[in-house]
Design a protein around this ligand. Sequence first.
Ligand SMILES: [Zn+2]
Length: 453
Amino acid sequence: MAHEGTLLRATLAASGAIAPGAAVPREYIGQALKELVMHEVGHTLGLRHNFRGTAAIPMEKLFDRAYTATHGTSASVMDYNPPAIALDRSKQGDYYSRTIGTYDRWAIKYGYAGVPGETPDAERPGLKAIAAQASDPEHVFGTDEDAGFAAYGLDPTVTRYDQTSDPLAWAKDRVTLVNRLFDSLETRLMAAGDGYPKLRRGFRDLLFERWYATLVTTKYLAGAYTSRDHRGDPNSRPPFVAVSAARQREALAFIADAGLGENLYRFRPELLNKLAPERWWHWGVNPFSEGRIDFPLHDWALAFQGTLVRLLTDPQVLSRVRDAELRADTRSQMVTIPDILTTLTASIWAEAGVQGSQRARNTTSIRRDLQRLYLARLLRMVVTPEPGTPEDARTVARATLVSLSGALGRAQAPANELDGYTQAHFADSRQRIEQALNAQVVQPLGPPPPPTR
Ligand SMILES: [Zn+2]
């Protein structure tokens, strides 16, 4: 991704590895090009994407050059791999795979190795013996149809542009790396004589990288590790192995904090005043590419946070949560719809004192936008649910709104000394909730339509 350039250059400059504003090292460019060529050649040889390739590489091996020299940074060059960037620069290893991966060798063997037999039927047993090695941890596989979000992917290890067998730990590292860079981005990214549009691009890239790391971890929610092993394969795994509830809760807490937390979009005014637009106005480039000359931080913050809220409350995800509950052995292994809405509400409406023990406090404009977006989402779930929304989500959303309304009522106590914005916002939000709760739900009661195929 183009965004990687900022993260890499800023990290390298921070460590003194390159001068501020300098280009990325030749070694990096060479490795990136080589991996790209290996990937495209893989397609010409018939390979599909393998977005699970990175899941074969343990976190502690990612920066171990001796290991990546033979294993690469992924079990497959058919993955989309971000460069491996070490938080601690002294630990930097390969940026990209320098070799094809263990999965690639196995897949090519299946497709091209000579197996005994004069006819296709006679070759079958030999080919089946190769295919039966699917459960080998070095042969992990997941492809395009597994790699999306919400309805389009439930396996947290099969995602484009993630890394290692522990994408949650990787995402946490990534967020730490990005958050460290904001304050000194100018000195790290810009040399004397550079124009400020470079800083604006870099700032936007960091926002994107931080958001993407949290996005990746939404797949832990009601997630499952999938496999395509056949019955009787050596060490064969079931097609679905649920992500443990502890892991799901860890991911949810991470998103609530690193994706939706209270101070995420607070930046120094000095930095915000330097986010200049591109002034080159020509084919494909213009100063209004973001609609305005100044930097629309509210728009970006709402877009990034809104995606997370929508994904975590997507009808398909909430439906999956209910089915995942059936596949859990005990209650303690479940993450439920109430768990999700409670966590989201506690994080997004923290200033209203929803935690009970906390006093209400003033909100910022960025937070009010997010609170309104989430409120609208809950109201919609209750009043005009999107097709496919489970009835349980509607009732839980209703209960969530009742308790939020209570918190907003208490928050308005004069002792809290809220500012005018916050008072108006809390009062308006409470009124919207009351109106929705009193509205008639116009919804035919009857059997749900059959699932679409
Ligand atoms: Zn490709």
